[in-house]
Design a protein around this ligand. Structure first.
Ligand code: COA
Length: 95
């Protein structure tokens, strides 16, 4: 639950962070796909969100490749940085 951003609650968030030496090799995309599949198919959630700093191109590329759609522009309640909220519903998901 992304409790730092009450305006999107209730929601289940997926996210990713890799050590810098592992960037750019497709691991982020592969891991994100596996997590989304687990959330929607194994756990039976009907909706998942992912939240990124606006302009984090690698992360936004991953979200879009997963079929997630940008649906909200906002800012971090404490730090003020621009955030973009992506989401996908089970009905839109194609494994
Ligand atoms: C975001 C993160 C997990 C991406 O992992 P990764 O393994 O490098 O990602 P991938 O190699 O699967 O690449 C994902 C996509 O972004 C693109 N990409 C990768 N690095 C990029 C960069 N620096 N600038 C622009 N695009 C980039 C890739 O080309 C790929 O897109 P494509 O499939 O259309 O070619 C990794 O960069 C990271 O841990 N960053 C720090 C933490 C962070 O920002 N987490 C996200 C918080 S929302």
């Amino acid at each position: 639950m992304p409790e730092f951003l009450p305006e999107v609650l209730p929601a289940v968030e997926i996210g990713w962070r890799l050590g810098r030496q592992f960037w750019g090799q497709g691991y982020g995309s592969e891991a994100a796909h596996a997590v989304l599949e687990f959330a929607l198919q194994d756990r039976g959630l009907d909706r998942v969100v992912a939240i990124t700093h606006t302009g984090n191109r690698a992360s936004e590329n991953i979200m879009r490749k997963l079929g997630m759609v940008a649906e909200r522009e906002t800012s971090h309640p404490v730090f003020g940085l621009p955030l973009r909220v992506y989401a996908i519903d089970l009905t839109e998901y194609q494994a």
